[in-house]
Write a protein that binds this ligand. Structure first.
Ligand code: C2E
Ligand code: MG
Ligand code: MG
Ligand code: MG
Length: 285
């Protein structure tokens, strides 16, 4: 009996695994035609200066809308784009669109807006990143100071020298670097200086439980004070409620991002959001 059950169990998991890799394979095959057919959309999520409530930057976040109205998120397809080699073209498109989108908002009156773009480690390996970034800025008419590149910690651990060189060249023209999902990687603080980073984005996992878990509060407190002493700005991602916001303000965090203000939204909604926001901030004066 036990033997039979064991075999069935094995069979069951085997089928599940098969199904998962089957779904992945289907998605993988749909990726290239989706890109060629311009099916990807760029959404934007505001980041707010916690000392004056201003929207300083918007983060560009990729979306893949499906025919049935649902949306596939980047956590599902970015790894596939990386393994299939599409990530370089997709990443270039994101940079171009994000620069155009930000330049557009600046022309509409939000003159100091900046845009943050997530980069994959693969984009440092093809040797064209600097050119890609510079031509995206030039074509959009966006000054380099308006662009922030978000890199994850694990990316910075890999192949340090090659990446370091490229980042130096980019920061030399005025682009800034933010370390994304900070606290989840190796957190070797020594490397922070080598990458000319200006900003640490504290991972959402620490923010979510900030008001309930005592050790998360100590951790966030330590990150913020360490960042301050290194001259780095801090962003808290994933702020969803006022209690968390208040706690972060009390801890001296500089910038916030999260559903409390807005989910990532398409460009037309961002325009509305920014123009309402500007009215609000000028009427408050
Ligand atoms: P990330 O860069 O850390 O982006 C923040 C993620 O947290 C986004 O998920 C955002 O929608 C989500 N988020 C923000 N505020 C809240 C909140 O208050 N509550 C909750 N529950 N979630 C919040 P998203 O858009 O699904 O993106 C996931 C990840 O995919 C990003 O994490 C980023 O690493 C990657 N990604 C997105 N767009 C791109 C891209 O253009 N290129 C590359 N290479 N990666 C991208
Ligand atoms: Mg990010
Ligand atoms: Mg993040
Ligand atoms: Mg993330």
């Amino acid at each position: 009996q036990a033997k039979k059950e064991g075999r069935n169990t094995y069979h069951y998991y085997d089928k599940k695994l098969e199904k998962a890799s089957d779904d992945k394979f289907k998605l993988l095959q749909l990726l290239r035609p989706a890109f060629n057919g311009a099916q990807f959309k760029l959404y934007y999520q505001p980041m707010v200066n916690l000392s004056n409530g201003e929207i300083t930057t918007v983060e560009a976040l990729l979306r893949w809308p499906q025919p049935d109205g649902t949306m596939i998120g980047p956590d599902q397809f970015i790894p596939l784009a990386e393994s299939s080699g599409l990530i370089n073209e997709l990443g270039r498109w994101v940079l171009q669109q994000a620069c155009i989108g930000c330049a557009q908002q600046r022309r509409l009156g939000y003159t100091n807006l900046r845009v943050a773009v997530n980069l994959s480690v693969m984009q440092f390996k093809d040797g064209h990143l600097q050119d890609t970034v510079k031509s995206a800025l030039r074509d959009a008419g966006l000054p380099p100071e308006a662009l922030e590149l978000e890199l994850t910690e694990s990316l910075l651990i890999d192949e340090t020298e090659q990446i370091q060189k490229q980042l130096k060249a980019l920061t030399a023209i005025g682009i800034t670097i933010a370390i994304d999902d900070f606290g989840t990687g190796y957190s070797n603080l020594g490397y922070l200086r080598n990458f000319n980073a200006t900003t640490l984005k504290i991972d959402r996992s620490f923010i979510t439980s900030l008001c309930v878990a005592k050790h998360d509060e100590s951790l966030v407190k330590a990150i913020i004070s360490m960042a301050a002493s290194l001259g780095l700005k801090t962003v808290a991602e994933g702020i969803e409620d006022e209690a968390t916001l208040n706690k972060l303000v009390a801890l001296g965090c500089d910038i916030g991002q999260g559903y409390y203000w807005s989910k990532p939204v398409p460009e037309n909604v961002l325009s509305e959001l920014l123009s309402n926001h500007q009215q609000l901030s000028s009427s408050a004066l």
